[in-house]
Design a protein around this ligand. Structure first.
Ligand SMILES: Cc1cc2nc3c(=O)[nH]c(=O)nc-3n(C[C@H](O)[C@H](O)[C@H](O)COP(=O)(O)OP(=O)(O)OC[C@H]3O[C@@H](n4cnc5c(N)ncnc54)[C@H](O)[C@@H]3O)c2cc1C
Length: 489
């Protein structure tokens, strides 16, 4: 074995997975075909749930001052995300290149071996290990590992080489993206329907403006290179009447609405995470966020199995938990695409939805879907409202010291929050104390989290989801500990 886990691709999914594995002390090599990061930023900002996930790993301060906003949309219909009480607000305008740079530094500091300039060309899973062939400037080499994760984006080589099915629909349209300098355009932050299509304008700072343009009825092209800026400027002129041909293009790209999802996220010793597992129209800024959260779900499970503390079966919960999340992502981006990009024929639907969105319950549902805060994993039945949900950040007092639940998750271990100072509870969990931190705490913030008001204890997984709660879970604590962390010592 060259290492325990090989990760193909150093995008957001690959870097987060590398960091999570290193947090648990697992050896990892990341192979990335690019010699250097491109500095390009498809995504801007991240959702509330990603803010929480980064907070749980102590990463937020690395971004400096983060501009947040509660203003969002669903398919172009404005939503005030403030309806999601008790959550951090989404980050606006953090370029994806900055997020990737922060994640790469974090993973490297934790000891991830990131090897750039190496492209995965083929792989073979022989049942006991995986051998991957990578090609670089010094020719081909082979790396053998216990597991391999394909985090190599929408055109994933790993997905094809390992025989994953990727059904869905091909692109029906194409949109242009251009970051341009030297023109002043009126901001149209959530996209604006214009006769013949949709246009979006957002300032990126440094005199750079991002424009996105979608012209209805134009068939997608099979491209091997970015479109020339003249194509974008021509489309802009046709849709808005404004001539931007004199602008300086900083980055030009095209993307479509192809929507596909792998039928399995795991085949034997090979996993898919991020865009390699799901592609869709980038509506509502969710792709990178979902990719990051795929990896946060997979990382601790894979680490536990590699370290031999949990059984192999734990790995199957990666597919059973994340595949439904991907399916909903595809559903909501398809719906948003229809609302956003269709013509007058869907105006009645937009009008009806605009009325519905004024009901807080409706906007809370849609905001919960887009932000990732509504995700509930199947952790067993019970009446406690937080079972399977993410643990919100709650102010706590531990041994007389003020802290927050997010801070207690930073080590990437499970945490048993004993909120009723119960010796029997702590004794029942003692056999797992090598994997689970047992913390006696009092909530200092009861007013904010209704759900915690009557709660005596919570078992939180390393990914921040509640695996067990008392009172209200139908199974007992040792069962939950055994299920998620393996047998007691
Ligand atoms: C226009 C646009 C706007 C977007 N805006 C947002 C947004 O605002 N918010 C959001 O959340 N998402 C957004 N997205 C989606 C987001 O960019 C992706 O979902 C995200 O980059 C996926 O991360 P990933 O790590 O899975 O894949 P990628 O970021 O694609 O990373 C894959 C990595 O693998 C490497 N690689 C590929 N093949 C190989 C190989 N054979 N060997 C070795 N390395 C390989 C690549 O070089 C790359 O570094 C947007 C997408 C587009 C197109």
């Amino acid at each position: 074995m060259d290492t325990s886990v090989v990760i193909v691709g150093a995008g957001p999914a690959g870097l987060v997975l590398a960091g999570e594995l290193r947090l648990a002390g697992v050896e990892v090599i990341v192979v990335e075909r690019l010699e250097e990061p491109t500095g390009e930023s498809r995504g801007l900002g991240f959702t509330s749930r990603t803010m929480e996930v980064f907070d749980q790993r102590g990463l937020l301060s690395r971004f400096g001052e983060i501009e947040t906003s509660t203003q969002g949309h669903f398919g172009g219909l404005p939503i005030d995300f403030a309806v999601l009480e008790g959550a951090l607000q989404a980050a606006k305008s953090v370029p994806q290149s900055v997020t990737e740079s922060v994640l790469e530094t974090w993973a490297t500091e934790l000891g991830a071996d990131i090897r750039r300039g190496l492209e995965c060309v083929s792989l073979r899973d022989d049942g006991d290990s995986v051998e991957v062939v990578v090609r670089g400037s010094k020719g081909e080499q082979r790396l053998r590992s216990a597991y391999l994760a394909g985090c190599d984006g929408g055109r994933s080589r790993v997905r094809k080489a390992a025989g994953f099915d990727f059904p869905g629909t091909a692109a029906t349209m194409e949109m242009y993206l251009a970051d341009i300098r030297g023109v002043r355009l009126e901001p149209r932050m959530i996209g604006e329907a214009v006769p013949g299509g949709m246009v979006m304008v957002g300032p990126l700072g440094d005199d750079i403006t991002r424009i996105i343009v979608c012209e209805r009825g134009v068939s997608p092209q099979r491209r091997t290179a970015p479109p020339p800026f003249s194509e974008v400027a021509d489309a802009w002129k046709r849709l808005t009447g404004i001539d931007i041909s004199h602008a300086e293009p900083v980055w030009v790209s095209a993307f479509g609405d192809a929507t596909r999802q792998a039928t399995e996220y795991r085949r034997g010793r090979v996993f898919l995470a991020g865009d390699s597992a799901h592609i869709h129209l980038p509506a509502g800024g969710q792709g990178m966020n979902t990719s990051i959260q795929d990896s946060v779900n997979l990382g601790w499970k894979l680490a536990a199995v590699v370290r031999g503390t949990a059984p192999e079966a734990l790995l199957d919960t990666y597919h059973s938990e994340r595949h439904p999340v991907g399916r909903r992502l595809l559903m909501n981006t398809r719906a948003q695409g229809l609302l956003f990009l269709s013509g007058d024929e869907v105006q009645p639907l937009r009008d009806v939805l605009s009325e519905l969105i004024r009901y807080p319950e409706v906007s809370r549902h849609l905001a919960g879907m887009v932000s990732g805060l509504e995700i509930r994993y199947d952790v067993g039945t019970g009446s406690h409202p937080m079972l399977g949900m993410r643990m919100p950040d709650v102010a706590l007092t531990v041994s007389g010291r003020a802290t927050r639940s997010a801070e207690l998750l930073r080590a990437g271990r499970g945490v048993l929050f004993d909120l009723a100072d119960s010796t029997p509870l702590r004794q029942r969990a003692a056999g797992w104390s090598d994997r689970v931190d047992i913390v006696t705490a009092t909530t200092a913030d009861k007013s904010r989290e209704d759900a915690l008001r009557e709660t005596k204890a919570l078992l939180v997984r390393p990914d921040g989801h509640v695996a067990w709660a008392a009172p209200g879970a139908h199974h007992d604590l040792p069962m939950a500990l055994d299920r998620w962390f393996g047998p007691s010592r």
